[in-house]
Unconditional design. Structure first.
Length: 344
């Protein structure tokens, strides 16, 4: 090709004359020749080099990095590309995180009417605070579950406030039942993740912006917290911290349904030896297995805790009569099928 003047190369490449002058000054792209009048002239090799420079710029390299790369005849290109790939991966991760958070904000603000600026700022501030303690996937689960369980919190908090108004001690049976319900609801909210639940509690105490929803304030938290600590202390006399973490704590709805069905069968006059009672015993056995994740030793220790600790036993879903009934039904079922009732 014929030699190109700087203006012609500028039009050809889409760059400005000033940019090409700068490239010349820093030694990145020097013209191969000069006209008699001193004008810069570029040949085919210069144009090819410029196309290479533009391609490297699109990869995100600085002019200094491009100059260093070209001066070494491309020897460092693999390392530079690797670095750029890592940078792009970080940008993709950040963009994905941002998109997920914006989706959460969008869902939080969805109310059927245009939110005011104060609403937006409040929600954005709240999401920013949540982000200090949880990643976006955790927040998606937590906020999704919170929406699903939202109707269960107000009546529970109202009952707790009634006990507070009566100055009921934390070891009272009524308070312990509420503590059990609080724990069951909280752990279902967190999909059974105890660490996640502990982080939420820490955030709730340290970040005032997160408080007050569903009528829960620090006074309620402190009151029910004392009752929960008594329950945990009773469990720790039989179970290790690892045991407590391993137990599946998300089964409260199934246990409640079973307790109701057992009570209904007792009220119909069953003695625990009929097939309907055996079916309930099988459900009880299956729930026990799910709760301990098939660990026979953990199941035995858990049974000892709930049988040996009045604080746990008296606040349970099953009355004394219901516990005796399900034990009798289980033993009867095992006898019918020739199975050892070793866990009853």
């Amino acid at each position: 090709m014929s030699l190109l003047k700087v203006g012609e190369l500028a039009r050809h490449s889409g760059l400005t004359i000033r940019t090409l002058h700068h490239y010349d000054e820093i030694g990145l792209l020097k013209p191969s020749a000069r006209s008699d009048g001193g004008y810069r002239l570029y040949d085919g090799a210069d144009v090819a080099r410029l196309h290479g420079i533009q391609a490297l710029r699109r990869l995100g390299l600085t002019l200094a990095e491009i100059g260093d790369l070209l001066s070494r005849d491309g020897a460092s290109l693999p390392a530079i590309i690797d670095r750029q790939l890592q940078s792009l991966d970080r940008e993709i991760t950040q963009a994905s995180e941002l998109r997920a958070r914006l989706t959460l904000v969008q869902a939080a603000m969805a109310s059927g009417s245009a939110p005011g600026m104060d609403d937006w700022l409040g929600t954005l501030s709240l999401m920013s605070t949540y982000g200090k303690y949880f990643d976006t996937e955790e927040l998606r689960v937590i906020l999704g579950n919170l929406k699903r369980l939202a109707s269960e919190w107000p009546p529970l908090v109202a009952q707790i406030r009634e006990q507070m108004a009566q100055d009921a001690p934390p070891d009272a049976v009524a308070v312990q039942r509420l503590a059990r319900e609080w724990m069951d609801l909280s752990i279902r909210w967190m999909d059974g993740d105890m660490d996640r639940l502990m982080r939420w509690g820490r955030m709730y105490r340290q970040e005032s912006i997160t408080r007050g929803r569903h009528g829960i304030d620090l006074e309620v938290m402190d009151y029910i917290g004392r009752a929960i600590e008594l329950r945990l202390a009773a469990m720790r006399r039989y179970l290790s911290e690892e045991d407590i973490v391993r137990i599946d704590k998300t089964l409260a709805p199934q246990w409640r349904e079973l307790a109701e069905d057992v009570t209904a069968l007792i009220e119909r006059g069953s003695d625990g030896h009929c097939e309907e009672a055996h079916a309930l015993a099988r459900r009880w056995d299956a729930l026990c297995e799910r709760m301990v994740r098939g660990d026979a030793g953990l199941r035995r220790r858990m049974m000892q805790a709930f049988e040996g600790e009045p604080l746990l036993r008296d606040a349970g879903l099953f009355s004394d009569e219901a516990r005796r009934f399900i034990r009798r039904a289980f033993e009867s079922m095992c006898a019918v099928h020739g199975v050892d009732a070793h866990v009853a």
